[in-house]
Design a protein around this ligand. Structure first.
Ligand code: ZN
Length: 326
């Protein structure tokens, strides 16, 4: 992927704005400097939760609606070509002007894309069949993104000639090979997940980027809204195992772009997890940190082992051994 000049500029503007906001001499929080996981170059999507928050906006949502609202009631405007499929005329507010609407005019409520009632954690049931793990290589093949995820097409961080997706894919493939060796069924998934994707566990693999070469560390987040009730546990296991195996430090802060990750948002996107698929997102480290690159670029096997260990410890995906089975 080519470097995104606009995204980089947005990051700089965001960093300056954050410095101004926190006062002279105050250190900008690392969270302000991280990559825009989604849609930094797509102005039409601004303010629309995980696809719309650009890197120039404070991550706490001060610039727009609180995350809780924007994630639900502010869908990105559908492109004209897709509008007829996405929003039937009866649900379209008549007052929306086609040209240059005021910024708030597209904050109408769209229909929930998920057709059925959303199950509760008590109703959670694993899929049929062998234990299936989906490992997503973040940003991989993002240029194939459909209109609903057009903000994905040109983002992700990079280091030199290494785009983020390449580091993510190397880790995903190695973790996948290790898991298959253990008897799991593994899907290595690109940025666009299959509609209503079902698996016992979905792990999205990413890397952070920063203008500050000292920014370093990994972080893990479950979905902000988790219909399975189980994502918190795998996130905690992954926090522990990834740090233990890689020796990288864990950043306690997670971004809205992580917890509102598009693949978790089955209410808004067709290409998202099934509500009963347990999901977690891992930022494996900073591609812009020489220390983190020693793991995530130079030793992807180690990063992969950190993921595999959590999968094998998680009760939902732990395989029964002869010993366990009696
Ligand atoms: Zn990423």
């Amino acid at each position: 992927m080519r470097p995104n000049g606009l995204a980089y500029a947005c990051v700089l503007v965001g960093a300056i704005a954050a410095l101004a906001h926190t006062g002279a001499g105050a250190r900008a929080p690392v969270t302000v400097l991280v990559e825009d996981e989604l849609g930094s170059g797509d102005r039409a999507l601004r303010g629309a939760g995980e696809l719309g928050a650009s890197a120039s906006e404070p991550l706490d949502g001060r610039a727009g609606l609180p995350a809780e609202q924007s994630a639900d009631v502010a869908p990105p405007p559908a492109p004209a070509s897709a509008q007829s499929e996405l929003a039937p005329p009866r649900e379209r507010p008549p007052e929306v002007a086609p040209a240059a609407p005021p910024r708030r005019s597209y904050r109408y409520r769209s229909r929930n894309r998920y057709p059925g009632p959303i199950p509760t954690p008590e109703e959670w049931a694993p899929p049929e069949g062998p234990v299936r793990i989906g490992l997503q290589a973040g940003h991989w093949r993002a240029d194939e993104a459909p209109a609903e995820l057009s903000g994905l097409r040109d983002n992700g961080t990079s280091w030199g000639n290494t785009p983020e997706w390449r580091a993510n894919l190397a880790i995903a493939e190695r973790a996948g090979a290790m898991l298959e060796e253990l008897g799991y069924v593994v899907d290595i998934l690109p940025a666009v997940v299959p509609p209503s994707y079902r698996a016992h566990l979905f792990v999205s693999i990413h890397a952070d980027g920063s203008g500050d070469p000292a920014a370093s560390g990994y972080r893990v987040a479950p979905p902000r809204r988790d219909a399975t009730g189980r994502a918190r546990l795998i996130a905690e296991l992954l926090e522990g195992s990834y740090g233990e195996v890689t020796g990288l430090r864990r950043l306690p802060t997670v971004t809205r772009r992580m917890s509102n990750y598009y693949a978790f948002n089955f209410r808004r996107y067709e290409h998202a997890l099934h509500p009963m698929t347990i999901g977690v997102i891992l930022e494996t480290g900073f591609l812009t940190s020489s220390r983190d690159r020693e793991i995530i670029v130079s030793d992807p096997d180690r990063a992969a082992r950190g993921i595999v260990q959590a999968v094998t410890q998680f009760p939902v995906t732990r395989l029964l051994t002869a010993q366990d089975g009696g």
